[in-house]
Write a protein that binds this ligand. Sequence first.
Ligand code: ZN
Length: 482
Amino acid sequence: MVRMLIVTILLSSFTVLAQDTVLIENVTIISSHLREPKQNMNVLIDDGRIAKITKSKITTYDSSVDGSGKFLTPGIMDSHAHVSSIPGMGFGVEPVSRKHPKLAEAYFEQQPNSFLYYGVTQVLDPNPGLNFNHFISATNHPDYFRCEVITSEQTFPYVEKKDRKSRSMFTYLIDEKALKNEARSAERVVQKIAQSGASCIKLYFEDGYGNASHWPLLKPQTIQRIKASAEQQNLPILAHANALDMQQLAMAAGVDVIAHGMWNWGQYSREQNISEEIAQLLEDMISNKVGYMPTQRVIAGLGEVMRPSIADSVEFVSITPRALLDWYKTPQAQWFKQELRAGFDGMPDESIADVFLFGRTRKGSQIIHYLKESNYPILLASDFPGSPSFANQPGLTTFKEMHALSDAGLSHKEVLAAATINNAKQFKIDNDYGTVEVGKIANLLLLDSNPLRSIEAWDSIDLIFLHGRPIKRQSLMVKNNE
Ligand SMILES: [Zn+2]
């Protein structure tokens, strides 16, 4: 049961007005519905949608783009990105970002451009918090869909937030203790979420990071009630779960999408390969068509932030405000690294980085590989920024997640599908998105290189079409970064 994600777009994303007709001439179309790329095609966009695709000459149009030698693909969808969260600072309401309002503002101003710079034209945000207005009020921004979080004062992620302001980001708290508290019952909260225009519900199955298990979970009866109400309201449920036992609980609860890769398994048994127990869970996922979001960049972001050179990454210069890059090098900005170190008992930074980059990432890759072998459609979902790590920057993280899928064994064709049609189908928006076909919203990319030949081709963007309007990639770079 997944409801169409249309509502949010109608409410929030039509800042781009109806356009004149635009012709893309003599281009090679690359799209998951085609067996082979289609060469020498003319694509006419009218009123923000694809109106005609033909080999014949089109003579009536308002403006044209020469597509000779170039490749036209659907825009990318990242189905797990948090636009209220600032890399290195946490959510905009948390203490570190409150201390640096100017940096937060500069960041939020650039963020939608950074996603578009990397070709991301749709995002699904599973925990929008309170700052997503920055995003949807920008002149140019990817089409925005959101889930809302249901948690309680006793469970994650509420329990992890220490001050009132940070806790205020949870608008939909239920109260499991007071059964008579109508306003905070499972049914009432689900109803409020549906009325807010959200497209889905996010539930957390998290009893502690890594091997820890000190946080309580919502009671099974509560989850059943949420599930029943969500079905009535046609809201799919995304489950935060990244350990084997937590994903088993989420599957038993009947969720629609597992919103994280399975990184945490075999810590005690020294097990290095997929066991029968894991295979069973994955087979359940496949037969029940439960979506799977690998989110490999969460783990990579934890590893990379431990490397001192990360703030000097060349890619950051195009998309991250200079003042924020400078801040990343200050002692204050190292707070999250200190937290990570505390969990590793004096281990050197480089070894901590390896635990994430080689250990847990490899486990996630094995799961991806298993699903790929079963032809199961993987979703492109980065969980940007994934943690308060500043190693993950908007858009770039989505691009790197595509690399991670490729590293785990997906073919270029499978990465294309993960980034486009698989997400569109999973969230029932494939009437509007996911392929280059007549009738669909013209969120498209014009690339200089062929993405069926290399993943790097996704970084060779010439133009981004947003509801039919061409935007030069260069114009999306962060300003005043000299
Ligand atoms: Zn997330």
